[in-house]
Design a binder for this molecule. Structure first.
Ligand code: ATP
Ligand code: MG
Length: 420
């Protein structure tokens, strides 16, 4: 062990477990790639101001959880706590919304940072795969994203997740509701911090996880009863399209989510095997965000799914992903001449798409065969001096133990055909 450990609230992804993470990212990305979403990558840090305006001054993310710092050049930056503000900033900066058809559909995958109290499923460094559809107001787009996330989870074999759905209204009806909620909250027995929050952003109080707060919210007015006709019709259309796709959801009139920019459609994916860190993903419509960060009006919708919690959900359900074998063939040379010959063969196999590894470090037969077994390879290729003289190599099936001599010039084709 070295003197150093991974920083608090972080962990390293190591083989073989890391393969599951890659497979989860891939499974979430696959339905997006197949639905017109293009890959975008943005920097790991942005101007603090982008998140302050884009995520919201009064959110936990900005007030408590952001890794903000000043550079040597005097710039105020923050490690990205989420993806949407950055992706929209990048799209606007590159004028993607003017270049072609709307919506601009983008997907991303990467690391995010929040200074949180570390617990199982809650880390200071975590990864998300996300999708954003920028510049269109169409209930089918909201439905598409919900359906694609459902498809991603199902392709992983997850069953015990639920989709919670709500509408947060728009700039017409939300202010009216906000007033009503504020009036209600002022009458409650709340601590000073929470009362202050009720003044700045009352909807956030609905998301308070404390029992003492939740139990006072039973009679809180619900946004559902304040939605304007346009929002009501929009929401009904989203619900119908999702239902028609065979995707089951639950209406959750209290769902608000932790970011300020959401309007209308809001949803969360929760998994029942995860205890209190139950949200595996979430998203919604953010029609006002572009203007909040200085862009034109661009109604948009998106989601982000947490990779770490999705892996925990797989564990909770006991799902073992079928991961492709990393190494198919393990080469064992006996002696210097054999090493040169076999190394060249391994290189040739790799070029032909056969996943091959090699016994490095001049190991003896016994240690090398142990390494071959540990690699998970199906076949070992063993080459000794006599094999070289005879122009053959020993092909050993590590499952059956059967061993046959195969001509040096035939071995690559033989392996390709055996591995299918
Ligand atoms: P929570 O209510 O659990 O704090 P959140 O609403 O802050 O979640 P989002 O900002 O919506 O989460 O992020 C989307 C997804 O990213 C979450 O559903 C979760 O799976 C994951 N995520 C968010 N914060 C963390 C974290 N600190 N550690 C691990 N995963 C996280
Ligand atoms: Mg959070």
């Amino acid at each position: 062990m070295s003197t150093f450990k991974a920083p608090k609230g972080t962990y390293d992804l190591l083989p073989p477990d890391s393969a599951t993470y890659l497979a989860v990212r891939e499974a979430i990305a696959a339905p997006l790639r197949g639905s017109g979403y293009g890959y975008i990558e943005t920097p790991g840090f942005e101007s603090v101001e982008l998140f302050a305006r884009g995520v919201g001054e009064s959110t936990d993310i900005v007030t408590k959880e952001m890794y903000a710092f000043e550079t040597k050049g005097g710039d105020r930056l923050a490690l990205r706590p989420e993806g949407t503000a950055s992706v929209l900033r990048a799209a606007l900066e590159a004028n993607l919304h003017k270049a072609g058809n709307l919506p601009v559909k983008l997907w991303y995958s990467g690391s995010y940072y929040r200074y949180e109290r570390p617990q199982k499923g809650r880390y200071r460094h975590f990864s998300q795969v996300g999708a954003e559809a920028i510049g269109a107001e169409d209930p089918a787009l909201d439905a598409e994203l919900i359906i694609l996330a459902d498809q991603a989870y199902r392709s992983l074999g997850l069953l015990n997740f639920r989709i919670l759905l709500n509408s947060l209204g728009d700039k017409e009806c939300r202010p009216v509701y906000r007033e009503a909620l504020q009036t209600f909250l002022r009458g409650l027995d709340l601590d000073e911090d929470t009362l202050r929050r009720a003044e700045i952003n009352p909807l956030r109080v609905l998301d308070d996880k404390r029992e003492s707060v939740q139990k006072q919210l039973g009679d809180a007015p619900l946004l559902r009863d304040y939605l304007c006709d346009a929002c009501k019709a929009y929401h009904e259309e989203v619900r119908e399209l999702v239902t028609a796709a065979g995707v089951v959801f639950e209406d959750d009139p209290k769902l608000v989510r932790g970011l300020d920019y959401y309007t209308r459609t809001t949803f969360e994916f929760v998994h029942d095997g995860l205890g209190s860190q139950s949200a595996v993903g979430g998203g919604g419509r953010y029609d006002g965000l572009s203007e909040m960060i200085g862009g034109p009006a661009l109604p948009s919708v998106g989601w982000a799914l947490g990779v770490d919690r999705t892996v925990l959900a797989l564990e909770a359900e006991g799902v073992e992903l079928e991961l492709p074998a990393t190494t198919s063939v393990f080469a064992v040379p006996l002696g210097d001449e054999a090493r040169r010959v076999l190394f060249a063969k391994v290189t040739e196999m790799r070029k032909n798409g056969v996943a091959a590894d090699f016994a490095y470090g001049g190991k003896g037969l016994k240690a090398a065969m142990k390494a071959a077994n540990r690699s998970g390879a199906r076949y070992a290729l063993i080459l000794g001096e006599r094999d070289i003289e005879q122009g053959v190599v020993q092909l050993k099936d590590l499952e059956s133990g059967e061993q046959t001599a195969v001509g040096m010039n035939e071995i690559v084709a033989e392996l390709e055909s055996r591995l299918g």
